[in-house]
Design a binder for this molecule. Structure first.
Ligand SMILES: Cc1cc2nc3c(=O)[nH]c(=O)nc-3n(C[C@H](O)[C@H](O)[C@H](O)COP(=O)(O)O)c2cc1C
Length: 187
């Protein structure tokens, strides 16, 4: 990519053409946006072209409307909406507790598609979070206990905490009360 770098400015020179081979019209999409998403997601996964099709940007906002965004992993979709998992004390969760409006963007560059979802969130049930949590490798389960999201911690501190938690739980790691899923319900 051609760049121009100056002491106080960086410019991306405009040689990238954004391609949209599928011309979207009401006639070539499914009546249900959820069905359309499922069909596109399946294609993105099966074609093996898209590196991380489940990576999505999640936008939240404070109660006064100041936005922030970050990447999370899409995990489940049913007629109620799109589920991701996180720490309930993280910045994103605090914002969602104060303001339930959220937006998602998937960008599948390799197949020239992107999807936007706008909706309101709800916490998924503890039972649903339990099911997902216990399907994860033990290492990730301990990681959920050890991670203090949205806070600054030293490398040594994290390793020390991971070690202590591994000793404490062994193979039987319970779901932390501060961890679970959010569902974005499209509006
Ligand atoms: C590709 C990718 C996927 C990620 N998936 C998740 C996720 O599923 N859940 C999560 O809590 N953080 C995930 N993260 C980390 C978040 O982007 C973010 O750094 C962290 O959750 C803290 O966000 P917050 O301070 O805005 O709450 C992911 C990061 C990347 C780059």
């Amino acid at each position: 990519m051609d760049l121009e770098i100056h002491p106080d400015q960086l410019k991306v020179l405009p040689h990238h053409q954004y391609i949209t081979p599928d011309h979207l019209t009401p006639n070539n999409v499914l009546p249900s946006p959820i069905d359309q998403f499922k069909s596109w997601f399946k294609e993105a996964v099966e074609g093996k072209l898209v590196q991380e099709p489940e990576a999505m940007s999640l936008s939240t906002a404070t109660a006064s409307g100041i936005p922030s965004a970050r990447m999370v992993l899409f995990k489940e979709l049913d007629p109620r909406g799109f589920v991701f998992f996180t720490n309930y004390t993280s910045r994103k969760s605090k914002e969602l507790l104060a303001n339930p409006h959220a937006a998602l963007v998937f960008y599948w560059r390799e197949v020239h598609r992107s999807v936007r979802v706008v909706g309101k969130v709800e916490k998924i049930s503890q039972k649903e979070s339990e099911e997902y949590f216990h399907s994860r490798p033990t290492e990730s389960q301990v990681g959920a206990w050890a991670s203090r999201q949205s806070t600054v911690v030293s490398e040594g501190e994290v390793h020390e905490r991971l070690y202590r938690l591994e000793q404490k739980f062994g193979e039987d790691v319970p779901l932390p009360e501060f961890w679970g899923g959010w569902r974005v319900v499209p509006t």
